[in-house]
Design a protein around this ligand. Structure first.
Ligand code: DQA
Length: 151
């Protein structure tokens, strides 16, 4: 099983940006955590981050035929991007949306997620461990989906 773990704009500034909201752990710490969790779960992983919407679309498209599922923190593009929603729908891979902060308790403009409609689940407010939750949910979903009927 292989996953793409994709991070959107400003997440490369984890540890620097608004530590009272996103914590002090760095993007490197996040990569280490994701690699550890995937190794434990026997999942191959490709991790990517971009500040550019089109590059994120390219990354999602490149998962087609290469990955079994996508964990995505679209960051600010969560609240604006029809292009990322369409990309997820286009590749048709199961996806889990993850947010480090609890977006449900933040500004009104963060209450909308364009991508949620193309995701099997959303994990928010768990900090970096939320990525482990998302990876676990995605694996369970894929294994469940591949079970024969009545198994
Ligand atoms: C975020 C929440 C978004 O609203 C914000 O724009 C981000 C990070 C999160 O992980 O909590 O950049 O996706």
């Amino acid at each position: 099983m292989k996953f793409l773990v994709l991070n959107g704009p400003n997440l490369n500034f984890l540890g620097i940006r608004e530590p009272e909201i996103y914590g002090k752990a760095t993007y490197g710490d996040l990569e280490t955590l994701v690699r550890q969790v995937c190794a434990e779960e026997d999942i191959e992983v490709r991790i990517a981050q971009s500040n550019h919407e089109g590059v994120l679309v390219d990354e999602i498209q490149s998962a087609y035929g290469d990955c079994d599922g996508i964990v995505i923190n679209p960051a600010a593009y969560t609240h604006t991007s029809v292009a990322l929603l369409d990309a997820l729908k286009a590749v048709g891979l199961p996806a889990v949306e993850v947010h480090i902060s609890d977006v449900s308790k933040r500004e009104d403009f963060r209450q909308i997620s364009y991508l949620r409609a193309a995701c099997i689940a959303t994990v928010a407010g768990e900090g970096l461990p939320g990525y482990a939750t998302a990876i676990g949910l995605l694996k369970k979903h894929i294994l469940g989906a591949s079970l024969p009927p009545n198994a």
